[in-house]
Design a protein around this ligand. Structure first.
Ligand code: ATP
Ligand code: MG
Length: 506
């Protein structure tokens, strides 16, 4: 039987793992590296390069080098235009990364990989999750399951160390931030709370440093390079490297090309870097506090703190955690690999569930995850005659979840119902995202205030479903087809899958 692997599809790096002889192991890529940069070089229409070679071309060929596509997942307007003017959706770019990672894993295993477990940030909503599934389909892969990144990391740690108790996973990666609290009892992983920011990661720290350097260049009498993409692209690379250096050194010099073959050297200290990025770190602190608060817990109830994601290597992150919790985080965890290893463990379990074969790993892990954001629908408040957002599935509800709530028609013989599904935690419709809006025909002859039962469910991949039941006639009006406006749709995905088969990914 073909292998099922785990893939951590990261904003900046992607990683593949597999359970072999009872242990999860990282599968190196064709270049022999454990991490594959999530960078795509769009050289020509039929040949793309993914990974280290693509990343190394970022400075020379910024116009053809697509990065951080994960940030665009679920955003229907996000496009990367290459130098030929061809546009690429985040799903297509992610598909190329998945092709490379799964393809290389197949080479390592000696068998073609088609079934995968993919990790997503816990704070990803329905559009981002659907986009991730679509990306896999475009790549010709079958997603056995999506799993939340912090949960995967906790599983990897818990299975290896066998430590029971309450874990707090602080995951600051390249593009996203998640905090998750889990109760771990042997092989049982129960998420009790989660929150995050899908637009907060190492990328933002690079940007802050980049802006700072641009300012210093101008102050030192150099040109304004913020308007020059040819100078900015190499600078952003150098800032990322400088940021890493500042995790071990107190200061570093950044060479900045200022045009005409000239360069300036800008010195940055760790203290400078920490001061310009303090607002970013502050956001992680607020979110961490909120997760504990929402779970009704204090630091005294947390037994283990797991730092996940490359950005937790910044000393200020560890200092923040120690200041907040009064304790040191665990050390026996690799911040780059834990998520993929956890995905591999889940892949192994899924195979055993599908085939009835015993898992390679001699334990059966049970995961109970929760929703990260509220889900609801717009409803009319009779008292005020105003629309409000009725939250049906609040955040931190155990998944899979199924909730029923009855809403009423507003006029006699109402023939249409405007249904929608919202994502967000606010009662004000202004502050939530509409996942879908659709006009549903209603049968003739319904009385005034006819009850319509809304059955909303949330599956284990974190995707939403809605059914409507007409209580007057005792009839199901069917599952509302989610034509997710933020996503590509069946037809487009299929078209892209066929087109992708003609592309060579190396
Ligand atoms: N020593 C270091 N000091 C500071 N930052 C680092 C260090 N090493 C790696 N990073 C940063 O970590 C980030 C990559 O981390 P990681 O691979 O965990 O993210 P990812 O999985 O790609 O992103 P995400 O999980 O957000 O989608 C990059 O922004 C990188 O610059
Ligand atoms: Mg990650």
């Amino acid at each position: 039987m073909a292998p099922t692997i785990g893939i951590d599809l990261g904003t900046t790096y992607s990683v593949a793992a597999f359970v072999r002889a009872g242990r999860p192991v990282i599968l190196p890529n064709a270049e022999g590296h454990t991490l594959t940069p999530s960078v795509v070089l769009l050289q020509d229409e039929t040949e793309v390069l993914v990974g280290t070679d693509a990343k190394n071309s970022a400075a020379e060929a910024p116009d053809d080098c697509a990065q951080f596509a994960k940030r665009g997942m679920g955003d229907p307007s996000w496009r990367f235009f290459d130098s030929r003017g061809v546009q690429h959706t985040p799903e297509q770019l992610s598909a190329m990364i998945l092709r490379k990672v799964a393809g290389d894993a197949g080479l390592e295993l000696g068998e073609t990989v088609t079934d995968v477990v993919i990790t997503v940030p816990a704070y990803f909503g329905d559009p981002q999750r659907q986009a991730t599934k679509d990306a896999a389909r475009i790549a010709g892969l079958n997603v056995v399951r999506l799993i939340n990144e912090p949960t995967a990391a906790a599983i990897a740690y818990g299975v290896e160390h066998g430590e029971n108790g309450t874990y707090l996973v602080f995951d600051l990666g390249g593009g996203t931030f998640d905090v998750t609290i889990l109760r771990v009892a042997d092989t049982d992983f129960q998420v009790v709370g989660t929150d995050g920011d899908r637009n907060l990661g190492g990328y933002d720290f690079d940007n802050a440093l980049c802006e700072h350097v641009v300012r210093l260049v101008a102050e030192a009498g150099g040109p304004d390079i913020s308007e020059d993409p040819a100078l900015l692209a190499p600078l952003r690379e150098k800032c990322e490297l400088a940021k890493r250096k500042l995790s071990t050194l107190g200061q570093t010099k950044i060479p900045v090309g200022v045009g005409g073959g000239r360069a300036m050297s800008i010195e940055v200290t760790r203290a400078d870097f920490e001061s310009i990025t303090r607002p970013l770190l502050g956001r992680t602190e607020l979110i961490t506090d909120a997760v504990l608060d929402d779970a009704g817990m204090t630091w005294a109830q947390i037994d283990r703190i797991l730092l996940v994601g490359g950005s937790t290597r910044m000393p200020m992150v560890r200092e923040l955690i120690e200041r907040m919790s009064g304790r040191a985080p665990e050390i026996g965890i690799n911040p780059d690999e834990a998520v993929a290893l956890g995905a591999a463990i889940l892949a192994d379990q899924e195979v055993s569930t599908m085939t009835g074969k015993l898992p390679e790993l001699d334990k059966v892990v049970s995961i109970k995850d929760v929703t990260s954001q509220g889900l609801g629908t717009s409803a009319l408040d009779n008292a005020t005659n105003r629309m409000y957002n009725a939250i049906m599935i609040p955040p931190n509800t155990k998944i899979p979840a199924r909730v029923e709530e009855t809403f009423y028609t507003v006029v006699p013989n109402q023939r249409r119902l405007l249904v929608d599904i919202t994502e967000g935690n606010d009662e004000d419709p202004e502050f939530v995202t509409k996942l879908l809006e659709r006009e549903l025909p209603l049968p003739a002859g319904l009385p005034d205030r006819a009850p319509l039962r809304h059955i909303m469910s949330f599956d284990i991949d974190g995707l939403v479903h809605l059914e409507i039941f007409d209580e007057t006639n005792g009839k199901h009006l069917g599952e509302v087809e989610l034509d997710r406006p933020s996503n590509l749709g069946e037809h487009k995905v299929e078209e892209m899958r066929v087109a992708m088969r003609r592309v060579e990914v190396g």
